[in-house]
Design a protein around this ligand. Structure first.
Ligand SMILES: Cc1cc2nc3c(=O)[nH]c(=O)nc-3n(C[C@H](O)[C@H](O)[C@H](O)COP(=O)(O)OP(=O)(O)OC[C@H]3O[C@@H](n4cnc5c(N)ncnc54)[C@H](O)[C@@H]3O)c2cc1C
Length: 715
């Protein structure tokens, strides 16, 4: 905590302590007020403005310091100033005092609380961001929730100050009127319990429940009204129709068939979607060939004669297709039909919340279904850079058709897809220039992690241009040229082919979303709630089309929730769990991550300890000739609880699984350290990282005593 914050905190504590030490609470008791009521009345009659100002000031101070007494002062306000003036004064004084308490809590406590619990507060923050004013309003209407607690807790949330102020004033108005009115009758009130009568409290509770009930009813009617304009069939042919047979659609259909639902899977293009045909599978097959080429070039390092690396690019690309073909049966119509899924080859369009029209080669059919899962995936985003269509471009959809190696290749984009493919083509002999507008490639990873990849890329001859914004394409002297903006000047890069890999955009058009009014988010994915429902409670979305992640394993993960909720949601629904999401980029060095990295922890204000361990020290890595890389683990301060891990190095995507399992099942570094790891394996790196953490937390004082103990034992 900063000195200034500490000083403010001490001042506030001192003021509160003074209140109790000097027995000021005596002046905020009903008996005291009643005994002095006549003199207060007299002063008020003689000096009405001064009386109002003094009362206002004391009220603000009491509420701002969260001291007891506001309830009595509200009654007193009614007694002294009457209903109208009393309400006016107290409404403003209580709102201003509450806002000061809110600000004090925010200033003194928020950073410390965020640093300690930042990650766990994310869900609360999201809730406050969405519904904060509404909840505050409800809390204000129901005075059974302590006034000061609401002020202090709200100060810790991201709620805006002005919103807090006006919502508080509005929400407290009804209660203020009731209390001030009770104050006008003060002669008859003997104790606070007279006001806190069960009847009155009940009325407040009803008042408070009203907006909640109203909100729930609005949600309910919205969900009913959305399908309202369509006629619900009396019966359905199917339990589930799944649109798209990529990773998300296949898993949704698989689960539905496994639980004996009648399910139809509609695919307009190729079974397996992007992952099998244009994504994970071909890219990993290409990476394997490119890696072998790179390793063969290193033959002397392994005691071999220099190898003559000869290959035919077209043959490598044919092998890629053979790999796709070998994996294809896993996602095939035959396999899924055997599992009990009806597979239709055709284009699906949602025509109502319960009907899907499927255009097959010869006919159009309409299927009726209780629920629909949209798993329509994403496609490469091609930015509208002037001249791009004229020069022509490749994407991750079309690059697999290449049979001639581009001599000079520009890879536009420094993300995972661009980086993986840039390295492959460079290793196969293309002169690759990778163009990234941001200050570094693989921007989601910590700077020193993306630097490791960058250094390796540069060693392999890739011309990595970070901070270069592609501004136009043109043809110049018979050559294709990309013009970039860099540090205020123009940079011209000549090329033969350009591969655009600047991101992927969800497929949201052309299959009925517009007609049904299903909204898309700002990230242009289908909008879903925590249960993956769209605007229509029986229409779900998962995978790349829904986001927020674009991986096969997250698509499959979401698919479980979408299918189970779609089939059994009337009885029990499950919120999609994004607490432990891993991923890997299959560059060399491979980079894998789960949970937070250091940059994100800092951005989100999550306090953490960072432990790193150099894989260059690992026996197996040395034996393999791969003595490079790092394990970087983030833990909660003073604890072995893992907040996140990043591994850069050989097989990082496999090694990270130990940390994924640990995070998922609440296992800390102590238990990883206590687990036997086979010698000599790369997986030992995980144990050594845990050991490093342990060394940094060795109980030094205790060890000093143990040292003395041993000295004493030696005599
Ligand atoms: C080059 C590359 C490498 C990648 N590498 C990895 C990796 O290593 N690991 C990883 O986890 N992820 C990787 N990904 C990402 C991964 O491929 C996607 O996240 C995953 O395929 C998403 O699955 P999906 O089911 O959501 O969508 P998709 O696989 O895109 O499937 C959607 C399907 O829906 C069909 N469809 C759309 N509209 C309709 C309609 N109206 N009617 C019928 N059918 C329709 C489409 O034809 C498509 O087959 C990679 C992606 C690329 C491009």
């Amino acid at each position: 905590m900063s000195r200034r914050r500490l000083a403010v905190a001490l001042l506030l504590v001192a003021l509160a302590a003074a209140y109790f030490a000097f027995g000021l609470g005596e002046y905020f008791r009903l008996e005291y007020f009643k005994s002095q009521q006549a003199s207060f009345d007299a002063f008020q009659r003689q000096h009405p403005l001064q009386a109002a100002a003094i009362f206002f000031g004391i009220y603000v101070a009491v509420t701002a310091l969260s001291l007891p007494g506001a309830a009595i002062m509200t009654l007193a306000g009614g007694a002294i100033f009457g209903l109208a003036r009393g309400t006016l004064i107290i409404s403003f004084a209580s709102s201003i005092g509450a806002t000061l308490a809110f600000l004090a809590s925010r200033y003194v406590l928020r950073d410390a609380i965020r640093a300690r619990f930042g990650e766990r507060l994310r869900a609360v923050d999201a809730g406050v961001q969405r519904d904060g004013p509404f909840y505050l309003f409800t809390l204000r209407l129901v005075p059974v929730f302590p006034f000061f607690a609401v002020n202090l807790v709200m100060g810790l949330t991201p709620l805006r100050t002005w919103t807090f102020y006006w919502v508080s004033q509005l929400g407290m108005l009804a209660g203020t009127v009731v209390y001030v009115n009770a104050g006008t009758q003060i002669a008859k009130i003997e104790s606070l319990s007279g006001i806190f009568s069960p009847g009155l409290l009940g009325a407040f509770v009803l008042l408070g429940l009203f907006p909640l009930a109203a909100r729930k009813s609005v949600d309910f009617f919205k969900s009913r009204r959305a399908p309202g304009k369509w006629k619900k069939p009396a019966r359905f042919d199917r339990n589930l129709v799944v649109i798209g047979a990529g990773s998300a659609g296949l898993v949704s259909a698989y689960i539905a068939a496994a639980v004996k639902a009648r399910v139809t899977l509609v695919e307009k293009h190729r079974m397996g979607g992007d992952c099998l045909n244009t994504g994970c599978v071909p890219s990993k097959a290409l990476i394997r060939s490119a890696k072998l080429i790179a390793q063969m070039r290193r033959a002397p390092e392994f005691g071999l004669h220099p190898a003559q690396v000869e290959f035919d690019f077209a043959e490598i690309m044919e092998r890629v297709q053979r790999v796709v073909k070998a994996v294809a049966p896993h996602d095939s119509v035959e396999r899924y039909t055997a599992l009990g899924v009806e597979c239709l080859q055709g284009e699906a369009r949602i025509t109502s919340p319960w009907t899907v029209e499927v255009k097959t080669a010869g006919a159009t059919r309409t299927l009726s279904t209780r629920a629909i899962v949209i798993a329509a995936g994403a496609r490469p985003f091609v930015p509208p850079i002037p001249g791009i269509d004229e020069v022509g471009y490749l994407t991750s959809d079309t690059v697999w058709g290449l049979r001639a190696l581009p001599r000079r290749l520009i890879v536009l984009g420094g993300g995972p897809i661009g980086s993986e493919l840039a390295q492959c083509f460079a290793r196969m002999g293309s002169r690759v220039t990778q163009v990234e507008m941001l200050p570094r490639i693989m921007i989601r990873e910590d700077p020193e992690i993306s630097d490791r990849v960058l250094e390796q890329f540069r060693r392999e001859g890739i011309d990595v241009r970070v901070g270069h914004k592609a501004s136009r394409f043109l043809r110049e002297n018979g050559e294709k040229v990309l013009v970039c903006e860099h540090a205020g000047r123009e940079v011209r890069l000549a090329f033969d082919e350009v591969l655009v890999a600047v991101g992927r955009i969800a497929n949201t058009a052309g299959y009925g979303l517009e007609e049904l009014g299903i909204p898309v988010t700002r990230a242009r994915t289908v909008e879903t709630n925590d249960w993956l429902q769209t605007l229509y409670p029986n229409i779900y979305a998962c995978g790349d089309v829904a986001g927020p992640y674009q991986f096969t394993h997250t698509a499959a993960h979401q698919a479980w929730y979408a299918a189970v909720n779609a089939l059994f949601g009337d009885f029990r629904k499950f919120k999609a769990d994004y607490s432990v999401i891993p991923w890997a980029t299959f560059t060399d060095p491979e980079v894998a991550r789960v949970g937070l990295n250091e940059t994100e922890a800092r951005e989100r204000g999550v306090a953490c300890e960072v432990t790193t361990w150099d894989i260059g020290e690992l026996d197996r890595a040395i034996a393999d000739g791969e003595a490079h890389g790092v394990v970087k683990v983030l833990t909660a301060p003073g604890s072995d609880r893992i907040l996140g891990a990043t591994i850069a190095g050989e097989h990082a995507g496999d090694l990270i699984v130990e940390y994924i399992a640990a995070m998922k099942h609440g296992i800390g570094l102590n238990r990883i350290l206590g687990t036997i790891h086979i010698y000599p394996t790369l997986a030992e790196a995980n144990k050594y990282a845990a050991g490093e953490w342990k060394r940094n937390h060795a109980p030094q004082r205790l060890l000093a005593w143990v040292k003395r103990f041993h000295a004493w034992r030696r005599g």
